[in-house]
Write a protein that binds this ligand. Structure first.
Ligand code: EPZ
Length: 430
C-alpha cells in the first residue's frame, strides 16, 4: 500500500512556532556503525537516529553475523561473530553508505567482496578513489560483473600516501578506518573536512587509533591494529547539521518564533551567513538557533549560491535553499558543484508554480517571488524530499508527497515533529 505525506499549505503565512529538536547525524551514525568492524570489543553508540538508512546498514552487518542490540537510541554492535567478508548484494546495492564497510572488512580480514553500491538519483556516485586507494595499500582487485573482489597482500595492507583528486566524504572516512589496519603510516591529502569526519577520528582515537589532522586537508593515520572501546564508555552521535539546516530554512520561510534545539550552530556558518545575506537574521544560542518572523517579505534578497565541500555551503542543503529562493525578490543562481544529477527536482517545483530555469546540469536560475500551489509530488531522494515538504508548507492548498521511504531514510518521524511546531502534515496509507 503506497503511503504519502499529506501537507496543508500555509500560503506563506509564518505561523510555525515553538521548538524542534535535531536528531543524531545520519552521516555520522552510519560511519560509527561501520567502524564497529575495527573493534575487538562490542561498540556502544548513543543518539542513533531512528531512520531507514541506519536500519539498512545494521541489517547488512547482522546478515554477516554481527550481533546488534538496541535500547532506545543506543545501540551495541558486536562484530566479533562476523562470519563472512562478503557484502550481501541486495541491501548493499541499495545503500551508497555500504561502501564504508569495505575498507574495515578488507583491513580486518584481508579480503572483501561487494557489489557496486547504489544510492540516490543525484549522480553517478563513482568509487574510483576507493579502488585506487586499496591498490595503493597493496591490495589486488578483480571485477566480475558488478562485483568487486579485493584481496590484501600476504603481509597485510601497507600504509601509503594518498591524494584525492576530488574531496570525498566517504572516501576520507573509509580510508581513515582502513589505514588503522595497514602497516605503517598512511597520509590522505585533499581530505574532506566535514564535522562528522572529525567526530569519527575522535572516537577511533579514543579507542586506540592514532589519527591526526582530521578536519584539515591532510590526515595521517598510524596502523596500530584492532581497536577497543574503553570500558563503560559510550560514544554519542553529534547533531545532524543537515537536518538542523533544513529546519532553519523552514523557519526562515514560515517561522513566527522557532527554535531549532540540540544543534551545533558552528557547523552551519555557511547557511547562517547565506540566510543573513538574504535578509533573514538568525540568532545563535549555545546549542540552538532561533528565527523569528520578519516584518515584511520585501526584505528578502536574491543571491548567487554555490555548493562547496565543508565548510562551504552543503550540497545536502541545496534543495531546501532553492525552495527558499523561489520566495525571494529577484533572480538567484544555484550552482550545484558536487553532483551532476542533484537539480532534477526543480521540475516538480515548477509544476507548483516556481519559475526555475535549468541552465545546465549544474546550474539553475530562480526567479522570485512566486506563489506555489499544492500538487502531487514524488520525492526523488531524501534531501529533495524534505525540500518538497518545505515547498508544500509554503504553498496554497494541499500537496501529497509520495515515496515517503526516501524521506524516512534520513529524517526520523518527520511529520510528528513538524506537527508539534504547527505544520499540518499527516502520513496517509493510500
Ligand atoms: C557523502 O556522500 C554523503 N553521504 C552525502 O550525503 C553528501 O551529499 C556527500 O558526502 C557530499 O557532502 C554519506 O556520508 C553517506 P563524496 P559521498 O564522495 O561520500 C565524487 C545524504 O543525503 N567521487 O564526498 O558519496 C562524487 O561523484 C547524502 O545524506 C568520485 O569521483 O560523496 C562527487 O562528485 C547524499 N570518486 C564528489 O566526489 C569517488 O571514488 C563528492 O562525493 C568518490 C566520490
Amino acid at each position: 500500500m503506497p503511503t504519502y505525506f499529506r501537507v496543508k499549505g500555509m500560503a506563506g503565512k509564518p505561523k510555525l512556532a515553538g521548538e524542534i529538536a535535531v536528531s543524531g547525524a545520519k552521516n555520522a551514525a552510519l560511519k560509527a556503525i561501520a567502524a564497529s568492524i575495527l573493534f575487538d570489543t562490542p561498540l556502544h553508540i548513543a543518539n542513533i537516529p531512528a531512520i531507514e538508512d541506519v536500519n539498512r546498514l545494521l541489517d547488512i552487518l547482522v546478515g554477516m553475523g554481527a550481533r546488534v542490540t538496541r535500547e532506545g537510541k543506543t545501540i551495541t554492535i558486536n562484530t566479533l561473530p562476523l562470519a563472512t567478508d562478503i557484502l550481501a548484494s541486495a541491501p548493499a546495492k541499495r545503500l551508497r553508505s555500504s561502501i564504508v564497510l569495505t575498507g574495515p572488512i578488507l583491513g580486518r580480514y584481508g579480503h572483501v567482496r561487494f557489489p557496486h553500491p547504489g544510492g540516490c538519483v543525484i549522480g553517478e556516485r563513482p568509487i574510483d578513489l576507493f579502488l585506487e586507494s586499496f591498490e595503493r595499500m597493496g591490495a589486488r582487485i578483480t571485477k566480475t560483473g558488478s562485483f568487486y573482489d579485493i584481496r590484501a597482500p600476504k603481509g597485510g595492507l601497507r600504509g601509503t600516501e594518498l591524494f584525492f583528486r576530488t574531496q570525498s566524504v566517504t572516501g576520507t572516512e573509509t580510508m581513515m578506518m582502513t589505514a588503522t589496519r595497514a602497516k605503517g603510516r598512511t597520509t590522505i591529502k585533499n581530505a574532506a573536512m566535514e564535522p562528522e569526519i572529525v567526530w569519527l577520528a575522535e572516537i577511533l582515537n579514543a579507542s586506540g587509533a592514532k589519527i591526526q589532522g582530521a578536519g584539515t586537508p591532510t590526515v595521517t593515520i598510524d596502523g596500530l591494529g584492532a581497536l577497543a572501546q574503553k570500558k563503560g564508555t559510550t560514544f554519542v552521535v553529534p547533531p545532524d547539521r543537515i537536518e538542523a539546516g533544513s529546519f532553519l530554512i523552514l523557519g526562515a520561510l514560515l517561522g513566527r518564533e522557532l527554535a531549532i534545539t540540540h544543534c551545533v550552530p558552528d557547523h552551519l556558518d555557511a547557511l547562517i551567513e547565506t540566510l543573513d545575506y538574504c535578509g533573514v537574521p538568525i540568532e545563535r544560542r549555545r546549542n540552538e538557533l532561533f528565527v523569528r518572523q520578519r516584518d515584511t517579505r520585501a526584505t528578502l534578497r536574491s543571491i548567487i549560491l554555490k555548493t562547496h565541500e565543508y565548510p562551504g555551503f552543503p550540497t545536502d542543503l541545496q534543495a531546501p535553499m532553492t525552495v527558499f529562493l523561489t520566495q525571494v525578490f529577484g533572480e538567484s543562481m544555484v550552482f550545484e558543484t558536487i553532483f551532476e544529477g542533484r537539480l532534477n527536482y526543480v521540475e516538480s517545483l515548477n509544476r507548483m508554480g516556481a519559475n526555475i530555469t535549468m541552465m545546465d546540469p549544474h546550474r539553475v536560475l530562480v526567479k522570485g517571488p512566486t506563489r506555489l500551489k499544492g500538487k502531487r509530488l514524488e520525492s526523488p531522494d531524501l534531501r529533495a524530499g524534505l525540500a518538497f515538504i518545505i515547498a508544500a508548507l509554503c504553498a496554497n492548498g494541499v500537496s501529497e508527497i509520495a515515496n515517503v521511504y526516501n524521506i524516512d531514510r534520513g529524517y526520523e518521524r518527520i511529520e510528528e515533529r513538524l506537527r508539534i511546531i504547527g505544520a499540518e502534515i499527516d502520513r496517509v496509507e493510500e
